[in-house]
Design a protein around this ligand. Sequence first.
Ligand code: AP5
Length: 219
Amino acid sequence: MSLTANILLGAPGSGKGTQAKRLVETFSLTHLSTGDILRDAVSKGTEIGLRAKAIMAEGKLVDDDTVNGLVFARLLDETSDVLFDGYPRTLQQAQALEDFLSSKGMKVGHVVLVDVPQEVLEARVVGRRLCSNNACGAIYHLETKPSKQAGVCDVCGSPLKHRSDDTSEAFQSRMGEFNSTFQPLLGFYKHRPNFRSVDGNRSPELVFESLHHVFGERA
Ligand code: AP5
């Protein structure tokens, strides 16, 4: 069976994770977030996790070969179309993904940029809180999406946590990485017929409406 890999592009805090959760449910996709895969490796103390821990805490990018290796291993076992969130992040990752997909008879589907002005991103990231139960992973914000009971997940009742790289300092570094890698990545995808950009500086519901429309089209 030929699988399709769909891609959400966007800066830190642009809402990729928030939207990916709804898209995968609606369109029966597998959610592949390289940030989640790497954080899982860190929490399990695997060899990759031990190497990635300090890099991620500083807001730097993990090297392309490591990330590509993790992604391709997941794709080999995959039986559903996937939605990437946070991958590819560099031109090298995009090219390696393309080569890997074509060698396996798979293809890139929708590529969507969630476009948010830089000046609103820091407040989103610093105020973000996440469910500590990885199987739930619900995403909150202290001001714009608070949980009903402070510090407790509405969905599963687990404690909420603050990601160690959701500080102002790490955010500046993450934005620096984004700004130095994004234009070549965008250049790789933006002239393709399956590329779209949606305005991510609206309510999550309106952003989802636009994404729903895009994903409803044939890629
Ligand atoms: P990763 O986990 O991918 O982080 P990121 O790309 O920086 O993205 P975020 O998770 O911060 O934001 P998001 O866009 O998902 O926003 P969210 O929906 O949560 O990567 C972390 C690290 O891992 C990297 O720094 C790097 O070290 C490493 N890494 C990962 N992938 C890699 C790769 N491919 N190559 C190399 N290294 C890699 O929303 C954020 C907040 O905003 C939430 O509080 C939410 O409630 C709120 N919000 C969401 N939408 C809206 C809206 N429309 N309006 C108002 N608020 C909103």
